[in-house]
Structure formats: structure tokens, C-alpha cells
Design a binder for this molecule. Structure first.
Ligand code: GRF
Length: 202
């Protein structure tokens, strides 16, 4: 399956997806890396690795116009799925509906806990034993779509938001490629995910 990855920053999750796609049996390939931030380091990496890129600053554009321009670039790339990977824009309902059931996101918490920002400091503040990350289907409500998979990450004594984030990021880099591969190849997905997909009637 052809996937467009949307980033806003470093793009380590995009890189994890890119290198996972090099496996001979990987069911997805990256066809585009797009960003609202022309300076996103992930764009330079994607270009150097031979992946098409698209960058369009959102400054001075309405949300609807920026979303529409991003959508046009994604469709022009031939992408069948969209993977949000640290894309820091809230997408409008038109865009979400256009990609209904075909757009995934990775979020650095054990959803449904801690949707939104500052997830690690909230987990630490709550005295949780674990933080973690989640891959979900994107719906109009932020960070609330059907969960595909997640990884709990133990919180250690003395953890700060930064040390926890760094550990969760390692888990993200394993979770996203696995969850995306299972989802785009859901006809051949492992049973546990088939059940999920059936449950979600996707
Ligand atoms: C990750 O922590 C991801 O969970 C969150 O933003 C960060 C993106 O990092 N959505 P990167 O750009 O993939 O390195």
C-alpha cells in the first residue's frame, strides 16, 4: 500500500516507517513526506532517501485552504493511506472525512488517557506506573479514534518528561511500523488485529 507521512518536526517516526518499509515483505511503501514546516529536518532525510516531499507553511492560510492544499499533494502522490507522525496541525473535518478509515496517528500516551499535549508530564504528575504510546485511526475528535495498538512503557524513579519521552519514542519507532503494516495488510493481519478491525467494522 502507498502511504503519505505527515510531519512537523524531526521526523524520527517517519524515519522508522521509512526503514521498516525496506523489509522485503513490508506491505507499505512511503510515496510522500509532507509538512507544514519547510524547515522540518525529516523533509531533508526523506529527500535524501529518495522519497518525494511537499512543504507548505500554514501561516497566513485558512485551515481549510491549508488542509485542501495538503490533501491535493497527498492525492497527487497516489497515496492510499495517510500516517500522521508528529504532525502538529489539527486537521479539519473535511480532510478527516476524506481519509476516513485510511488515516492513522501515533500519540505518546496510553489512550484514552491524556489526549492532547504534554502527555508525559501528566502521566508523571498522576503517579502512573507506565506511560506509553498508541496508534489509532484518526477521527474528527482529537486523539480519540479507534485504537489499533499500543505499548506501555514503565516509568522509572526520577523520570522527567524528557527521559520518559525518550523511552516512549523508542517504543513508538517499533509500534508504528508494526501497526501500520498490520492495518494496511489487514487481510493478512495477525488474529488479534483482525479481531480489532472486525470489532471496529473497518
Ligand atoms: C512523537 O513523540 C509523537 O508521538 C508525537 O510527536 C513526536 C514526533 O516525533 N506525535 P518525531 O517527529 O516523529 O521525531
Amino acid at each position: 500500500a502507498r502511504v503519505a507521512v505527515l510531519i512537523s518536526g524531526t521526523g524520527t517516526n517517519m524515519a522508522a516507517l521509512l526503514y521498516a518499509s525496506r523489509a522485503p515483505d513490508c506491505p507499505f511503501q512511503l510515496v510522500l513526506v509532507a509538512s507544514n514546516n519547510p524547515a522540518a529536518p525529516g523533509l531533508a532525510l526523506a529527500a535524501a532517501e529518495g522519497i518525494a516531499t511537499f512543504a507548505l507553511p500554514h501561516k497566513g492560510m485558512s485551515r481549510a485552504d491549508h488542509d485542501a492544499a495538503m490533501d491535493a499533494a497527498i492525492r497527487a502522490s497516489g497515496a492510499e493511506y495517510v500516517a500522521l507522525a508528529g504532525y502538529m496541525r489539527v486537521l479539519g473535518t473535511d480532510f478527516v472525512q476524506r481519509w476516513d478509515g485510511r488515516m492513522l496517528n501515533i500519540h505518546p500516551s496510553l489512550l484514552p488517557k491524556y489526549p492532547g499535549l504534554d502527555t508525559h508530564v501528566r502521566a508523571l504528575g498522576a503517579g502512573d506506573t507506565h506511560g506509553g504510546c498508541s496508534v489509532h485511526i484518526v477521527t474528527a475528535e482529537l486523539d480519540s479514534g479507534p485504537l489499533l495498538d499500543q505499548t506501555p512503557v514503565a516509568i522509572l524513579p526520577g523520570d522527567t518528561a524528557e527521559t520518559l519521552a525518550a523511552r516512549v519514542l523508542i517504543a513508538e519507532h517499533q509500534l508504528y511500523p508494526r501497526a501500520l503494516a498490520a492495518y494496511v495488510g489487514r487481510e493478512r493481519a495477525p488474529d488479534y488485529l483482525i479481531g480489532r478491525v472486525r470489532e471496529l467494522a473497518l
